[in-house]
Design a protein around this ligand. Structure first.
Ligand SMILES: Cc1ncc(COP(=O)(O)O)c(C=O)c1O
Length: 382
């Protein structure tokens, strides 16, 4: 099997993830923050260490600004519902995933106004378009760091700068970039950054987090036991506890700690260079095939490790099926939970086929995928 659906979820996971999760289940007894002595210390250490590694990977100074969650969907909902009120205005992009589109569509029905910055062809938007969209009542800019459909990397530095100048918080959806692109938040400083553990962080599903700048007021999405201030029936305000109600997913957090350590050891910049080379070659091979259309930025440097495409008039579902059945190649076809992005690409009527790599993808696998697509394309012109 050749697995090219890493933008959905990475496979395989980083070495050490399964072991860390099994060790946690077998040996780390007790509930973090809720048990005493050695019993509680093991789980607390696992959580502390994972938070510390994540903050190192993201280039953020204080690990306690990172709330651990069940994934980017929860984190984005927490950031959006925790920041926006009726009458507020939010600027977002036309490349967002449904974990931003759907909350914003719902919030719109509650009186929040939404402006979408255009991203024609699925390419990165003009940073000036964010400035033009700002209003006195703008309370948030919500921007995906890289599209899960076109792969386009959006202009974080410029948008962070103009958000700072306008004194409007920036929420970055780093689901496709945390662990895939070298990120140093000490320089760029979004106020909120949502990430998921199971994609480019190479960890288990059901993990992720939200980084919340200490200066920002964000209401919790969910209230309950935090293991702290148990004498009170009011939600604590201490961070990150106030965002982490309920018993944490300790095995998942242990696995995420192991995958983050793997990325720190390998160096995200090295892995990024390797993936960029693969995508550069793949784009060249695909562009040479008559009948194949690729979407998004021209150059591999301008995108993450994915390519979306269509073959002639074939239904993307048929292309995906043939790749899997006849060649053992796993891709993702359809709409990728991103209708706004497909609208930007001009593919909302049919969807597309997406191929996405990971640090474990080889050149041979990429060549096989390109050969398979050439054969499928040839068969549909006959
Ligand atoms: C850009 C983007 N944002 C958010 C998400 C949601 O991530 P999760 O399902 O892990 O919560 C995804 C997952 O596909 C994504 O690609």
């Amino acid at each position: 099997m050749i697995y090219l659906d890493n933008a959905a979820t990475a496979f395989p996971k980083a070495p050490g993830v399964a072991r860390a999760m099994a060790d946690c289940i077998e040996h780390a007894a007790g509930a973090a923050g809720r048990s005493f002595g050695a019993f509680g210390a093991g789980p607390a250490r696992i959580i502390f260490e994972t938070r510390r590694r994540l903050s190192e990977l993201l280039g953020w100074d204080d690990p306690s600004d990172i709330a651990l969650t069940s994934g980017a969907t929860y984190s984005l909902n927490l950031a959006l519902y925790g920041s926006l009120r009726p009458g507020d205005h939010v600027v977002t992009t036309s490349l967002e995933h449904n974990s931003v589109c759907r909350p914003l569509t719902h919030l719109r029905s509650q009186g929040v106004e939404v402006t979408r910055v255009p991203c024609p062809g699925g390419r990165s938007p003009d940073p000036e378009a964010f400035r033009t969209a700002l209003r006195p009542e703008t309370r948030l800019i919500a921007m995906v760091h890289a599209s899960n459909v076109s792969g386009a990397i959006l202009p974080l530095r410029e948008v962070a700068q103009l958000a700072k100048e306008a004194n409007v918080p920036l929420l970055l959806d780093a689901s496709q970039t945390a662990g895939a692109l070298p990120i140093s938040l000490r320089d760029e400083k979004p106020h909120l950054l949502a990430f998921t553990g199971h994609k480019s962080l190479l960890g288990p599903p059901g993990t992720g987090g939200l980084l919340v700048a200490p200066s920002l007021d964000v209401a919790p999405l969910c209230r309950g036991g935090t293991g702290s201030r148990g004498f009170s029936d009011e939600q604590p305000t201490d961070r990150p506890d106030c965002f982490e109600s309920g018993t944490p997913n300790l095995p998942g957090i242990a696995g995420l700690g192991a995958s983050t350590q793997f990325l720190l050891d390998q160096g995200v910049a090295n892995l990024r260079a390797q993936e960029t080379r693969l995508i550069d070659g793949l784009l060249a091979e695909l562009r040479a095939i008559p009948n194949v259309v690729t979407y998004g930025p021209e150059r591999a440097e301008e995108r993450t490790g994915l390519v979306s495409l269509n073959v002639g008039d074939l239904d993307p579902a048929e292309v995906g099926l043939r790749l899997e059945r006849d060649y053992g190649i796993i891709t993702r076809c359809g709409f990728h939970c991103a209708p706004w992005a497909h609208e930007s690409l001009g593919t909302l009527h049919r969807g597309a086929v997406r191929l996405s790599v990971s640090p474990f993808t080889t050149q041979e696998e990429i060549d096989q995928a390109a050969r398979a697509l050439a054969e499928i394309a040839a068969s549909c012109t006959r």
